[in-house]
Design a protein around this ligand. Structure first.
Ligand code: HEC
Length: 108
């Protein structure tokens, strides 16, 4: 119950920021899932750390410290799946993997 309210609040804030983008079924599914940051960290080490550093402190790619304060959840999901900013590749994580990754990015 409390979780449902929390989720509604988060989605509510989010809806104000990106009404159209959150209707994307993939994004919707990701945001409806509970991410596991430990799992997300493992996914990050395999796919992202080569560019962003083992501590996400930056190498080829920029440091991701505090990135969730600069980007909305949608912005983070979009960054991972869009391939809009080469050389960062376009990733196709399952919704659960993306939710895990998102929960890890939000710990940085
Ligand atoms: C080939 C290197 C490379 C890989 C692999 C890579 N990135 Fe990136 N990433 C970049 C570069 C370069 C940028 C800066 C893009 C720009 O804004 O021009 C970036 C930007 C970002 C940003 C935005 C940072 C900001 O301050 O706005 C996020 C978030 C991000 N990457 C997350 C990830 C995640 C999560 C993964 C793994 C799923 C990943 N990246 C894999 C190179 C990479």
């Amino acid at each position: 119950m409390a979780l449902a309210i929390l989720l509604a609040v988060i989605l509510g804030i989010f809806a104000v920021r990106a009404v159209i983008t959150t209707s994307d079924p993939y994004v919707k599914t990701v945001l409806s899932l509970k991410g596991n940051p430990a799992q997300g960290s493992a996914i990050f080490q395999i796919n992202c750390a080569g560019c962003h550093g083992w501590q996400a402190d930056g190498r080829v790619g920029p440091s991701l410290q505090g990135v969730s304060k600069r980007k909305s959840p949608y912005g983070l999901i979009h960054q991972v799946i869009s391939g809009d900013t080469p050389p960062m590749p376009k990733f196709q994580p399952s919704p659960q993997e993306m939710a895990d990754l998102l929960s890890y990015l939000e710990t940085l």
